[in-house]
Design a protein around this ligand. Structure first.
Ligand code: FAD
Length: 516
């Protein structure tokens, strides 16, 4: 136990020094400050049965990114005279032990809207208040406080982007500069009986070294996040003219968007700081794009999904979710596995799924393509199954945004034009007629002539032989015929929509019979 007043800063997301109100508050007027990260077995326990390396909740790319972010946080804390204390175990138990052992008077952590953290925080706050410990838990992961927005909207979340944008207006903090730097931190007191470690390596956490030939090119950490942000902001014209729907999903050497999502996910980058940098840039250019397509508009999409997710019970499932259409999805494990393991026989779809597995990141429209294909476009598999695969493999995997986008892409909520389907053959071709993206992520098709690269099963046998890729042997035949599969999907969506309307009393039995 340390004599003098001690604060504990509990890092979960928000892995940064800049714009970190919880850290700032924890450091004020404290004799000792304990900056803590808890390795939580819920997320990190290795799972040897998982179809690719990692834990059951997180693929290795995300775990590696997190550890890099922790190392960077540790070295940034060291520059301020402190360091990161890493502990292992169920977080509320670990925290309770530390609070007692270190005689903590003030506990600070960033507010989190995810159900897992909401439940955890109830436990931790309960213990702290019983022990007379002050808790400070500010909202700093999003631009706005989702609870405020919902309150302002009469207790319900706004369900369209337009109504959200209208409601939020300009953020109140945007006119005054954010406090983004700290010059020093109080020292750490004694550790007592708490077992502290350095930031572990992936091997120390029990993950085996992978033989994978290509790893995610994205390195975790606040330093890398700020560098990447600076590089984006320096491209003034690019930022001013940014229009999301016009980006090229097949551009992988120089992605068409910022690739800041992994850094925003872990809070290595403050979304408010990002937003302010954009506003400063917009003030200094003749004209710029606007929401929803602009870069600032992308940050508003993020807050939109956070707000709806926070205000919607059972947001992450179909059953019991009031804003989700009830659709009788197929329960077809074989098709799901073919999609997950990049064996659908559609090179555009399979290349995207390989990029997901190898890099943990794909362009937004690439995500659209594979999500549509799995659900209402071709396979009619439940969006929750696809969501699970993304949740595990994306580095930027984010509870609110991932569920929100799967609801959208499967036409279960937010977007309802189920007749608009992404073609798994012609959509990618528009951007990348030579198929360079496919050749990179699916080298088995490297030598396929460009005429056939999006539909290799149509190549004559002699061409397949010359390309050293026999369809059905070296690369799979398509798992479905797109034309008939998508037609059937549309029919089933029409039927499901009508049933949903009937449940709300808007369609008659006769209308339903006509649909069949
Ligand atoms: P940029 O275009 O540079 O945008 C800047 C930031 O704005 C992003 O980093 C992100 O934080 C936010 N943003 C951009 N697009 C969206 C969007 N549609 N919804 C919410 N926020 C957005 N994004 C995640 O961060 N985590 C996820 O788990 C996730 N799952 C998705 C699942 C599906 C099925 C789909 C279609 C999209 C998903 N997205 C997710 C949204 C989007 O694809 C990514 O945020 C984006 O591709 C990240 O790249 P970027 O940082 O270069 O984006």
């Amino acid at each position: 136990m340390s004599s003098g007043s001690s604060s504990l800063m509990w890092f979960r997301k928000g892995l940064r020094i800049h714009d970190n109100p919880a850290l700032e508050y924890a450091s004020k007027g404290s004799d000792f400050l304990y900056p803590v990260f808890v390795i939580d077995p819920h997320y990190m326990k290795p799972d040897p049965d998982a179809f690719s390396p990692g834990s059951s909740k997180a693929g290795l790319n995300r775990i590696r990114f997190l550890l890099e972010s922790l190392s960077d946080l540790d070295s940034n804390l060291k520059k301020l005279g402190s360091r990161l204390l890493v502990l292992k175990g169920e977080p509320s138990e670990v925290l309770n032990r530390c609070l007692k052992e270190w005689d903590v008077k003030r506990l600070c952590f960033e507010y989190d809207t995810e159900p897992y953290y909401q439940a955890l925080d109830v436990k931790v706050k309960g213990y702290a208040s019983a022990a007379g410990i002050e808790v400070f838990s500010p909202v700093s992961h999003t631009l706005f406080n989702p609870a405020d927005i919902i309150r302002r909207n009469g207790g319900r979340p706004p369900l369209t982007y337009q109504s959200f944008v209208k409601l939020v207006g300009d953020p109140s903090w945007a006119s005054s500069p954010l406090s983004i730097t700290l010059s020093s931190l109080p020292p750490i007191g004694s550790f007592g009986r708490c077992e502290i470690s350095e930031v572990p390596t992936v091997e120390e956490l029990g993950y085996e070294k992978t033989q994978q030939d290509e790893h995610s090119p994205f390195k975790g950490g606040e330093s890398e996040a700020l560098k990447k942000l600076r590089e984006s902001i320096e491209k003034k014209e690019w930022v001013a003219n940014f229009e999301k729907p016009k980006g090229d999903p097949s551009a992988f050497l120089t992605p068409a968007t910022t690739v800041l999502s992994p850094y925003l996910k872990f809070g290595c980058l403050s979304s408010r700081y990002f937003y302010i940098c954009l506003q400063d840039l917009y003030k200094n250019v003749k004209s710029h794009t606007s929401p929803p397509v602009s870069l600032a508009g992308q940050l508003l999409w993020r807050d939109f999904f956070y707000t709806v997710a926070f205000g919607t019970p059972n947001f992450d499932r179909m059953r019991g979710n009031k804003i989700c259409k009830q659709i009788p999805w197929n329960d077809d494990d074989e098709l799901l596995q073919a999609w997950r393991e990049a064996r659908t026989g559609f090179p555009w779809i399979d290349a995207i799924m390989i990029q997901l597995r190898k890099w943990g990141w794909m362009h937004h429209l690439a995500r659209h393509s594979v999500a549509c294909f799995l659900t209402r476009g071709d396979l009619f598999v439940h969006w929750e199954k696809g969501r699970d695969v993304f949740e595990r493999l994306l580095i930027d995997s984010d509870w609110a945004i991932n569920n929100g986008n799967w609801l959208w892409l499967s036409c279960s909520s937010f977007f309802y034009q189920y007749n608009r389907i992404y073609s798994p053959t012609s959509f990618g071709k528009k951007y990348d007629p030579n198929g360079d993206y496919i050749r990179h992520f699916l080298p088995v098709l490297k030598e396929m002539p460009k005429e056939y690269i999006y539909e290799p099963w149509t190549a004559p046998e002699s061409i397949q032989k010359k390309a050293k890729c026999i369809i059905g042997r070296d690369y799979p035949k398509p798992v479905v015929a797109h034309d008939s599969a998508s037609k059937e999907c549309k029919r089933r969506m029409a039927e499901a929509y009508a049933l949903n309307q009937k449940l709300t009393g808007l369609v008659s039995e006769e209308d339903l019979r006509n649909l069949r």
